[in-house]
Design a protein around this ligand. Structure first.
Ligand SMILES: [Zn+2]
Length: 191
């Protein structure tokens, strides 16, 4: 797993939905770093954020579900910062995560035994549980008193989300702020 050499964006420690949204970042050189780029790194991410026990082992399918939820969250957060309607599919995805019922035994067909009910895969339940917590956090943040403070870092190519600590805050980190100031100074000199 590649370490992201950036301090956490404000609000990320309090909001698992921001932590998931920011688990893919674009570094100043344009390199994309994805903290969920394999089942193993997705497992490590869940464990690190106390969303799964240490002995968890995610399947590729579960990794994919997490990255799907991430894309949906990023769309919903971006729509909030831009004041536009979110993608309907993104809302549906977040709502599916909110309403998943991990305890339901599924109906299966076995050629020898016929129809039977079996508990869903334990790892799937675990991921359902984690995704439900993240989606709940997103729904609360997007409609709560801090919703107007949700912002996206203004220092391109960084596109991390944050909860602004003060009204004029534009950058997710000191590093992004310094880079932006340097870029502006360079542009002024060039002009
Ligand atoms: Zn940034």
């Amino acid at each position: 797993m590649t370490k992201v050499p950036l301090p956490l964006a404000p609000g990320t420690a309090e909001h698992p939905c921001l932590a998931l949204a920011n688990s893919i970042v674009t570094l100043p050189g344009g390199q994309r770093v994805d903290e969920l780029n394999s089942p193993e790194s997705a497992t490590a991410w869940l464990v690190m954020h106390a969303l799964a026990p240490a002995d968890t082992g995610l399947l590729a399918y579960c990794q994919l579900r997490l990255t799907d939820l991430r894309a949906n969250l990023r769309n919903a957060l971006e729509s909030r910062t831009e004041g536009v309607a979110p993608n309907a599919d993104s809302l549906s995805g977040i709502n599916r995560a909110l309403t998943a019922v991990p305890s339901a035994a599924l109906l299966r067909y076995d050629p020898d035994e016929g129809l039977l009910r079996v508990p869903s895969h334990p790892t799937t339940q675990l991921v359902d549980h984690a995704m439900a917590q993240i989606a709940e956090d997103a729904a609360a943040l997007l409609t709560g008193t801090d919703a107007h403070r949700i912002a996206q870092c203004a220092s391109a190519p960084c596109d991390r989300f944050m909860v602004r600590t003060h009204a004029r805050r534009q950058w997710c980190s000191e590093r992004c702020g310094a880079r932006q100031r340097a870029n502006r100074a360079y542009a002024r000199k060039r002009d």
